[in-house]
Structures are given as structure tokens and as C-alpha cells.
Write a protein that binds this ligand. Structure first.
Ligand code: NCD
Length: 280
């Protein structure tokens, strides 16, 4: 909230003046990468962007640990997105400086979970006593793995998982999450009780067999007609990008929170950078 207020009042300020962030992205990104860059620059710091890994030493076969050790010579904090699960933990182990996980394959996306929690608080005014329905690709979607874990820290949370049979929430996540959870293949039964509908994209790039992707793409599409069965006071969220799971006809509905959610990513990442660099 403080970061949001500062951005609205002055835009950019000097909390992290002189600090440098290395933004190391081995996978495509629009929102996460640019919001970390904007967050750092709005705090008065600067950014070393490394997006096109094919032009860097990584393409020469350098290990992740060595790349991270190199970047921490020049930067104060490293933000890493990488296609392999566990890569952020490997990087954090190799580094002496803070490493922030911006998505490790199908593993986790913890900064997304933080901004999702902030969004739920903004939309509904509470983070407890909620029925949260996660819809879509719960197997490969890392955002829902992190969000389920984070929400399970709060009281009175119920999680519904709605997905095609082959894209169910992984067992290891369900075992860690100590709140009531239920699985469905159809949204109808749970939509009326849902406080947060968290929609995800089917993660095409993670499928081993493209035929499997063809079978499940477009499995669920949220539109104004379907949403007639939902409460008036609830919110529809999506980490974005969407590829058809939410009809654009729904965008003007007050319950459509996904664009606000995207904006909050800036403030949450500003706060996180300030915290890990000892300024909060
Ligand atoms: C998500 C991701 O990269 O996991 N995008 C994001 O960071 N907002 C979701 C996705 O790619 O589907």
C-alpha cells in the first residue's frame, strides 16, 4: 500500500538509489520481467536485463551457478526465471546475494502468489474464510502451486481444483496444503459458492505430446453467461497471459479483477525489492 501511494503521488523515488538488479530470464515473460524492471526503476535503482540468453554466455554452456556468481559481482539482487523446477534453489545456494524466484519451470511462482494475495485482499477485504476455485491447467501452472501453498496459511480457506483429468493439481502440492481441498472436472457445481475464481492458461509449452494439448485446450471458457451462476461479490483472477480462457466480453464486469491484479504486481515487487535490500 505504501508503494502504491508513493507511485501515485510521486511516480519515482530514491529508496534503492544506487542499487542494481540483474533480471535473468531464460523463459519468455512480459509482465514479470517488465514489472521487476519498473519496480526497481521506480525505487531509483537500475537493472541489468538478460533476456536473450542465446546472446549471453549461457549459450556457451555456462552453468546456472556460474552465471549467478558472475551477476552477483555486478548486481545487488538477482531475479531469475528458468525452465527447470528447483533452479531458483540452485541459484540461491550458489549466490551470496538475494535471489528472487520469478518462476522455476512447473515448480513455483512465489512473487505471483504474493501479488495474488494482495489482489484478493484488495478485492474482497480479507484473506480468510474464502472458497477459492482454481481452474484450468493445475498440473503445469506454477502460479497455482504457489498460491495454494500461500493460501493454506490462512484460516477458513477451502480450495476447489477444477481441471481436465490429465491436468490435475500435483499430489505433492496437495499433500503440503493443510486445508480442505476438492477436485472436479466441471465448474458448475462449485461456481455458485466461489469467492475467488482463479483461471489459468493451459501451458502449451510444457506438454510432451502436442496431441494431449489439443485434447484439453479450450476446455473451459469463462464468459458472461457462465458467470450468471456466480456470486455478485466475488472476483475472477488470472495471472495472464490468457489465450481464450476468459472471453473479452467479460472484461467490463466489475468482478473481472485480472487487470487490477497485473497492476498490483508492480507495488508488491517494489515492496519485495525494498525488503530484500534492507530498506523496508
Ligand atoms: C504466468 C507464468 O509465467 O507462470 N505468467 C505470469 O508470470 N504472469 C502464467 C502463465 O504463463 O500462464
Amino acid at each position: 500500500h505504501e508503494m502504491r501511494g508513493m507511485v501515485e503521488r510521486v511516480g519515482t523515488f530514491d529508496l534503492l538509489k544506487g542499487k542494481i538488479l540483474a533480471n535473468l530470464f531464460y523463459e519468455p515473460s512480459t509482465r514479470t520481467s517488465s514489472s521487476f524492471t519498473a519496480a526497481m526503476e521506480r525505487l531509483g535503482g537500475s537493472v541489468i536485463p538478460i533476456n536473450e540468453v542465446k546472446y549471453s554466455s549461457v549459450s556457451k554452456g555456462e552453468s546456472l551457478a556460474d552465471t549467478v556468481r558472475t551477476l552477483e559481482c555486478y548486481a545487488d539482487v538477482i531475479v531469475l526465471r528458468h525452465p527447470e523446477t528447483g533452479s531458483a534453489a540452485i541459484a540461491a545456494k550458489a549466490a551470496k546475494k538475494p535471489v528472487i524466484n520469478a518462476g522455476d519451470g512447473v515448480g513455483e511462482h512465489p512473487t505471483q502468489a504474493l501479488l495474488d494475495a494482495f489482489t484478493i485482499m484488495e478485492e474482497l477485504g480479507r484473506l480468510d474464510n474464502l472458497t477459492v476455485t482454481m481452474l484450468g491447467d493445475l498440473k503445469y501452472g506454477r502460479t497455482v502451486h504457489s498460491l495454494a501453498r500461500l493460501l493454506s496459511k490462512f484460516n477458513g480457506i477451502k480450495l476447489n481444483y477444477v481441471s481436465p483429468e490429465i491436468l490435475r493439481m500435483p499430489k505433492e502440492v496437495m499433500e503440503e496444503v493443510g486445508v480442505p481441498q476438492a477436485e472436479y472436472t466441471n465448474l458448475d457445481k462449485v461456481l455458485p459458492e466461489t469467492d475467488i475464481l482463479y483461471v489459468t492458461r493451459v501451458q502449451k509449452e510444457r506438454f510432451e505430446d502436442p496431441a494431449d494439448y489439443e485434447k484439453v485446450k479450450g476446455a473451459y471458457v469463462i464468459d458472461p453467461e457462465i458467470m450468471k451462476a456466480a456470486k455478485q461479490e466475488m472476483a475472477v483472477m488470472h495471472p495472464l497471459p490468457r489465450v481464450g480462457e476468459i472471453s473479452t466480453d467479460f472484461d467490463d464486469d466489475p468482478r473481472a479483477a485480472y487487470f487490477r491484479q497485473m497492476e498490483y504486481g508492480l507495488y508488491v515487487r517494489m515492496a519485495l525489492l525494498a525488503m530484500v535490500l534492507g530498506k523496508a
